[in-house]
Design a protein around this ligand. Structure first.
Ligand SMILES: Nc1ncnc2c1ncn2[C@@H]1O[C@H](COP(=O)(O)OP(=O)(O)OP(=O)(O)O)[C@@H](O)[C@H]1O
Ligand SMILES: [Mg+2]
Length: 506
């Protein structure tokens, strides 16, 4: 069905058109050109009224409205359509732009399921359903899983716009494919994830496996306490690392260092206090007897690593350790397959892994060094060769390291209003046109622009909602407050009961 006609100046990259109805931004249309059908994406849509232009006051506006209502020619629906390529080529996975721009007068047709189906839902086993096209709602939108594992993924949006929902959806699909997924869950968002092959674990740090400076971080020695740092570094010897009772051995070693080194007695005693403090406060997290925590990650499962209990520095130490180890194990696995591995070990990941870091702006920050950032960039650079993919999720793209962000081969971008966030995304994603960028503030919850290698074409989609999970939904403070009164009543009654019972017992 014809919905418009190309007008004005045409280019090989975009055309203008007048349409018979207002077209939505993000709608796919067919430009029925002289050289074959071309797929186009509505990037801008402007509605104007002849009668209601240059109106000077309210009364005139009322009169003009009456005129406009009577005149079917009054409304003007103008659209700018970005050219994506010849339809038949796109259906074969090739992007070929027309050498000659479509002639003014060319018809714009509504895109049918037959036109779009093969492009947006190719249906191979590596393609999974993510939702539907936002404007052509009858068309399923799929993404290519292989591409996110080999070329990484960024999920960026303001808070509450559906990032964790998308992660949950990906987790669900990977679970069905028996893929190995590791999610660093910083806010306990995935506790109730409803997938079959799940391995929910609390993140542990084995202090024996850390380098000295990292141990100092996790027991929270101050960074500028040079003498204490030195005491710990010097006392953290190989024999301490291998001792049966790790903490006692470490404490003895620190004491001995304090006694034998002039001017270090006070610092040693402060380090002892810190160790004692950490042993108690972080007894769930710092576990010298947990073996290698990476061994707890299960292949073929969705592994949710709860990092919620950890301080930022501890989480950073843990994350960098996991990333480093996972990359190393994948390397060894690939080398072994090629017969090049010299140091064999029992546990190792045989198939590719996808690792997702929530709150990426904290762990992979712009303009400051963190170990996680070091290892995340390494994974981003080398992951493709060794089958380890990185997913970074953030509500503050402007604070993510631009280098790492630009290595993300695919992006899902949801509603974003901040200008500097948009600019950061624009510089990381060449294929995001300016007009699509302008759409970001007007997206609703769950709407996303998908660009990069996981889709055949930039797509505006609505992501499926993952039901049966309680991730990150906003607190209902009003109902909770109304419950508190009831709780108080119950508490009062039960204490009265207890008092009466006590009296009876007396
Ligand atoms: N695709 C969707 N369709 C409908 N509703 C959705 C969709 N995605 C998310 N929601 C709703 O929005 C809420 C918030 O989503 P989600 O927790 O995924 O946001 P978020 O971007 O991860 O937020 P935060 O930045 O706080 O982590 C969900 O509880 C859900 O109710
Ligand atoms: Mg979230």
């Amino acid at each position: 069905m014809t919905v418009g006609i190309v007008t004005g100046e045409s280019k090989s990259t975009d055309v203008s058109a007048q349409s018979s109805r207002p077209l939505s931004v993000g709608e796919y249309v067919i430009i029925d050109s002289q050289n074959g059908k071309i797929l186009g994406l509505v990037e801008k849509s402007i509605i104007s009224s002849e009668a209601l232009t240059d109106v000077r006051n309210f009364d005139e506006a009322i009169e003009s409205k009456e005129v406009a209502d009577l005149n079917s020619r009054d409304k003007n629906y103008k659209v700018k359509i970005g050219i994506l390529g010849f339809l038949d080529k796109l259906q074969k996975g090739q992007v070929v732009l027309p050498a000659v721009p479509p002639l003014p007068g060319t018809s714009i047709l509504e895109a049918t399921e037959r036109d779009l189906g093969t492009i947006f839902s190719p249906g191979g086993k590596e393609w999974i359903r993510i939702g539907t096209l936002l404007r052509n709602t009858g068309i399923e939108a799929q993404i290519n899983v292989n591409k996110i594992v080999s070329r990484h993924l960024g999920i960026l949006a303001m808070t509450g716009m559906g990032k964790s929902n998308l992660v949950s959806l990906i987790a669900k699909h990977l679970s069905l494919l028996s893929g190995t997924l590791v999610i660093f869950d910083y806010h306990n968002d995935y506790e109730n994830l409803d997938v079959s092959k799940i391995n929910y674990m609390t993140t542990k740090i084995n202090p024996r496996l850390l380098p000295g400076d990292k141990l100092a971080e996790v027991i929270e020695l101050r960074e500028n306490a040079d003498k204490q740092q030195r005491v710990l570094r010097e006392s953290f010897t190989d024999s301490v690392k291998q001792a049966k009772d790790f903490w006692t051995a470490l404490e003895e070693s620190v004491s001995a260092y304090g006694h034998s080194t002039k001017g270090y007695a006070d610092s040693a005693s402060r380090v002892l206090d810190k160790i004692d403090d950490a042993k108690h406060r972080f007894s769930d997290i710092l576990d010298p007897d947990c073996g290698d925590p990476v061994d707890l990650i299960k292949e073929g499962r969705v592994n949710v690593l709860n990092v919620a209990e950890l301080s930022e520095r501890q989480a950073n130490a843990a994350l960098s350790y996991y990333l480093q180890e996972l990359l190393q194990q994948r390397k060894e696995s690939v080398w072994e397959r090629k017969g090049k591995d010299s140091h064999k070990r029992a546990h190792r990941f045989l198939a590719p892994i996808f690792v997702i870091i929530e709150e990426a702006h904290v762990f992979v920050p712009k303009g400051e060094h963190t170990d996680t950032k070091y290892w995340a960039s390494k994974v981003a650079r080398e992951g493709r060769k060794f089958g380890i993919g990185l997913g970074i999720v953030s509500q503050r793209p402007r604070n993510i390291d631009p280098n790492v962000l630009s290595q993300m081969g695919s992006l899902a971008i949801m509603k974003i209003v901040q200008d500097d966030d948009q600019q950061q995304i624009a510089s990381a994603a060449e294929s995001l046109s300016k007009d699509l960028l302008y759409q970001l503030p007007s997206l609703n919850i769950g709407d996303a622009i998908l660009i990069g290698q996981w889709v055949n074409l930039p797509s505006l989609v609505h992501v499926d909602e993952v039901k049966g999970k309680k991730t990150g939904s906003d607190l209902d403070a009003v109902s909770e407050w109304s419950q508190t009164d009831k709780f108080k009543e119950i508490a009062k009654e039960s204490t009265q009961g207890l008092i009466q019972k006590d009296l009876l017992l007396d």
